[in-house]
Design a protein around this ligand. Structure first.
Ligand code: UD1
Length: 330
């Protein structure tokens, strides 16, 4: 199939481009480069031997997208392009609502106009809010603590409502748990701008001595060791979840969790990183971060049963590949 990947030079988008190409799909990438670099296209070529057509377009710009859809005959859209910094979204909510909602609406309108059959949307486990894990797709959607999370819920709702009248379309909402890791080549990975908000990029920057120590947000949660528990998933396994959704999802709107089904604590992740990479990670326990939840992990049985997808990479693979990528950043 010919697939448009929006946000395709970003962390998850670039890994998904590689997996789609390896499976024989034709890929076109759109990105506004607000949080990624164009040289990712060369890196995808080094890995796959395919030079992916790239267009620098902001998905808020309907007219530029319309021109591209007219020229290309897309079979599917995988929509990653979006703002994702939770803290920033509370300070600049309008920027988040405008960007994340408008880009999704533009793409859905173009899906309709150009009769595109597949739409896969990047959602997040954040839509479940604070409720007991394991979280299944049947768990209710809850209030999130920030505008970023609300944009994910709203986009899901928009696509779900659209699908109700278009039973010929395949629309898939993928709820990611905590993606970490990097491509084993060391060419693709996560490059955060400024101070990392998420745990793994912070750990790798401490490992490379860009930062003195890790601040662990709270050790008084009701968990195995008091630190927060999350379901970390290797970004390559996550990328393969998109391929499975593209190849196997049924018509209509469906929702899948993409996680491993196993939760581990901040301290467990730090200890695994230290052991596998043989590097010390100094840390300090500080106060809880506002909006954080004690425990979040998936039930990923639905994706296993219906998409025949399961994760194959371990936490050891994740910490090794994350560090291997960080070492390659100059
Ligand atoms: C965060 C977002 C979530 C978003 C996801 C994207 C919040 C509240 N949630 O999830 O909405 O979908 O990123 O990947 O921001 N931690 C530390 N020190 C750090 C960083 C994190 O101790 O410097 C801890 C956190 O308290 C948490 C765990 O590490 O227990 C994971 O944090 P993080 O990587 O930011 O992911 P989430 O909070 O799960």
């Amino acid at each position: 199939m010919k697939i448009l990947i929006t946000g395709g030079t970003g962390y998850i988008g670039s890994h998904t481009a590689v997996e789609l190409i390896k499976d024989g799909h034709e890929v076109v990438i759109v990105d506004d480069l607000s949080n990624s670099f164009e040289d990712v296209i060369d890196k995808i070529k080094t890995i796959t031997n395919v030079l992916v057509p790239f267009h620098k377009i902001d998905c808020k710009n309907y007219d530029l997208l319309d021109k591209l859809f007219k020229e290309e005959n897309f079979d599917g859209i995988i929509h990653f392009a979006g703002f994702k910094a939770v803290g920033e979204s509370t300070k600049e909510p309008l920027k988040y609502y405008e960007n994340n909602l408008l880009s999704t609406i533009n793409l859905a309108k173009l899906m309709e106009k150009y009769d595109v059959s597949h739409f896969i949307f990047s959602s997040s486990a954040t839509v479940y809010g604070d409720q007991p894990s394991p979280l299944s797709e049947k768990s209710p959607l809850m209030e999130t603590t920030n505008p970023y999370g609300e944009t994910k819920k709203m986009c899901e709702r928009i696509l779900n409502d659209y699908a109700k009248n278009r039973s010929d379309k395949t629309i898939v909402l993928l709820r990611y748990f905590n993606p970490i890791g990097a491509h084993k080549s060391g060419l693709l990975g996560e490059i955060p701008q400024g101070t990392p908000n998420n745990l793994m990029p912070y750990i790798t920057q401490v490992a490379s001595k860009k930062r003195d120590k890790l601040f662990i947000f709270g050790n008084d949660y009701d968990t195995v060791d008091g630190t927060g528990v999350r379901d970390y998933i290797h970004v390559v396994d996550l990328a393969k979840g998109h391929l499975a959704a593209l190849n196997k999802a049924n018509k209509g709107c469906s929702v899948y969790n993409l996680g491993t089904g196993v939760g581990i604590s901040v301290l467990e992740l730090v200890e695994t990183f230290k052991k596998i990479n043989k590097i010390d990670i100094p840390y300090e326990i500080v106060a809880r971060r506002a909006g954080d939840i004690a425990t979040v992990y998936a039930s990923s049985e639905k994706a296993f049963k219906e998409l025949n997808w399961e994760t194959s990479l371990s936490v050891e693979d994740m910490v090794r590949d994350s560090w291997n990528f960080e070492k390659n950043i100059e």
